[in-house]
Design a protein around this ligand. Structure first.
Ligand code: ATP
Ligand code: MG
Length: 565
């Protein structure tokens, strides 16, 4: 339980519910600099959203809610090569699921292509932008390095007329990809590489999900983003720290264009999690190279994957609140996320009994053909959840792990001669072990004490363990998928090396689980605790006659165990 202490240790900071960005927003409202706060969440539709995006979504939508403003959902769809309608649909679904509503404020950077183009011509006319014919290699070399200034392009001093002519012909599609770019004319000697005549437009003959083949040139992120913010009268443009060095460029465009408002950019630390990769490029590779079964594979850190795994949206919001918003990058313990999930599920999930790795057990003194119904509590802390009936009979299944033929001293569960309590039922004693030809235990022969019905002995004798079970005759078969971290390295390498850090045991399929019959009626999206095992939910791979359950999270911190190994 060490992690519970560690995780709850962080609650204090989060309960304040305040951070430096909220402080800035509050100050801007108090001083009258702004009348209403307007934020945006600006995903590029080139992949599914992940838990890192959840941090940004909760921050942007959360601020709008808390301060009576609004938050836009804007697709930053400026790179048609990697963007797809599937991603656009998935992103909308995921933001809604997380509990946020953009109302009528759904926008696309591509809605602004015409305005952005007109502003680019304005910059050319002002002598502040030029068409560069250098090859991509020449441009790279002439950009300089962190320690060396860049060199001016030989095309930097073209006339306004020539620039306008070339830029219009770029738009008209006269040149092949990569032949020319439009660059802002700022300062090739700047200490900030982003200000060394950054590219504003590149030629790209590609079909765009929204604008089709209307455009042959596409704006760069740095040129599109701030101006899109200005068009939407975004007041606080919140992004992750790697854009801090881009802020002077953001401000340069806003200052040099006749934009309708003056947004400001603020940077916060992105979410990093142990055992987790949050690079869209790597996540895309995991899907494409079939290391996982798709974007919503329950091992993926995507919102679609987490949802399918059974993680409630509330747990994500709570987790994000707890980690807070800081200005320095750090890595959050994945155990802390699990803790938040467990906390919500402990409150919301009804309890059921399920045996994941069954071992048959026969109660010799229980009459053949007889059975009885026992009363089981649906939620120990919520009487309103009620009770249900469970069947008990002569043949049961218990968990293989709950039996040991030669137990060590501290093993209190079933072993030859030992007596334990069967949850909601009786005290049961193991009399005999039946083995197959290979020496494997295949069945236990036991007796029960009828006087212990309900779980207590009238003579006051005690047992040290209570185990779960299901009635063999009534049990429902199911496949249970147990997920372990997708990466076995706490700090998985991104980049090309990611595959080397994959955990070969990230998915364990238990094909022969036995569930109590009420689980036949389980519904997708409704969490259930399998007593003593963890939290589970029905997977969408289920069909009539074939139930499939996902383990959302175990009852104990799996990452702490990992470290202790
Ligand atoms: P890329 O730009 O490489 O495709 P990205 O993860 O930055 O990937 P975007 O779609 O641009 O993806 O992200 C949308 C928003 O989510 C951005 O404002 C970005 O700063 C924010 N974001 C992305 N990753 C994280 C993260 N790990 N933690 C917090 N915010 C994030
Ligand atoms: Mg990005």
């Amino acid at each position: 339980m060490a992690t519970d202490v560690k995780a709850s240790g962080n609650v204090g900071a989060a309960e304040a519910g305040r951070d430096f960005i909220r402080d800035i927003v509050k100050a801007d409202l108090d001083s009258g600099r702004i009348k209403q706060v307007v934020t945006r969440f600006p995903p590029e539709p080139n992949g599914y959203l992940h838990i890192g995006h959840a941090k940004s979504i909760c921050l942007n939508f959360g601020i709008a809610q808390e301060f009576g403003g609004r938050c836009h959902l804007r697709f930053d769809d400026t790179n048609p090569v990697k963007e797809e309608q599937e991603y656009i649909d998935a992103i909308k679904r995921d933001v809604e699921w997380l509990g946020f509503d953009w109302g009528e404020h759904l926008y696309h950077a591509s809605d602004y292509f015409e305005e952005l183009y007109a502003w680019a011509e304005d910059l050319i006319r002002a002598g502040k932008a030029y068409v560069d014919d250098q090859t991509p290699d020449e441009m790279r070399v002439n950009r300089g390095t962190l320690t060396e200034p860049g060199k001016n392009s030989p095309f930097r001093d073209r006339s306004v007329e020539e620039n306008l002519d070339l830029f219009r012909r770029m738009r008209a599609g006269e040149f092949p990809n990569g032949a020319r770019v439009l660059r802002a004319k700022i300062d090739m000697g700047s200490g900030n590489i982003n200000l060394r005549d950054p590219v504003m437009y590149r030629i790209l003959h590609a079909s765009h999900p929204r604008t089709g083949t209307a455009w042959k040139i596409y704006p760069a992120y740095d040129y599109a983003h701030g101006q899109s913010d200005a068009i939407e009268t975004i007041t606080h443009s919140i992004c992750t720290l790697e854009f801090e060095d881009h802020r002077p460029l953001y401000d340069w465009f806003i200052a040099n264009l006749k934009v309708p408002s003056t947004p400001h950019q603020y940077e916060f630390a992105r979410l990093n999690l142990t055992y987790t990769v949050l690079s869209k490029r790597v996540l895309t590779r995991l899907v494409q190279d079939k290391h996982v079964a798709g974007w919503d594979d329950p091992r993926m850190p995507t919102l679609a994957g987490l949802r399918r795994r059974g993680v409630p949206a509330e747990a994500l919001r709570e987790f994000v609140k707890r980690i807070g918003v800081a200005k320095a990058n750090s890595v959050v313990d994945a155990g802390m996320f699990e803790f938040a999930v467990r906390e919500v599920l402990n409150r919301t999930a009804q309890r059921r009994m399920a045996v994941l790795k069954p071992l048959k057990l026969v109660i010799e003194n229980y009459p053949e053909g007889q059975s009885e119904e026992l009363e089981a509590v649906n939620h120990p802390d919520d009487p309103a959840a009620g009770t249900r009936k469970i069947k008990f009979g002569r043949e049961l299944y218990i968990e293989q792990d709950d039996f040991m033929e030669n137990p060590p001293k501290k093993f209190f569960r079933l072993s030859p001669g030992a007596e334990v309590r069967f949850r909601y039922a009786y005290f049961i004693t193991c009399k005999e072990v039946v083995k197959d030809a290979g020496g494997n235990v295949v069945e236990l022969r036991c007796t029960y004490d009828p006087a212990t019905k309900g779980g207590n002995a009238p003579d006051g004798r005690k047992v040290k363990a209570t185990i779960h079970w299901v009635s063999a005759k009534d049990a429902v078969p199911a496949e249970v998928r147990v997920y372990n971290p997708l990466f076995s390295n706490p700090a998985p390498r991104g980049g090309e090396d990611f595959a080397a850090d994959l955990n070969p045991n990230s998915l364990e399929v238990l094909a022969d689980a036995k569930l109590e019959p009420s689980l036949k009626d389980a519904e997708p999206g409704v969490p259930i605790q399998f007593e003593r095992q963890g939290y589970f939910c029905l997977d969408r791979d289920s069909s009539t006659g074939r139930l499939v359950f996902n383990r959302t999270v175990g009852l104990r911190d799996s990452f702490a165990k990992e470290v202790g190994k």
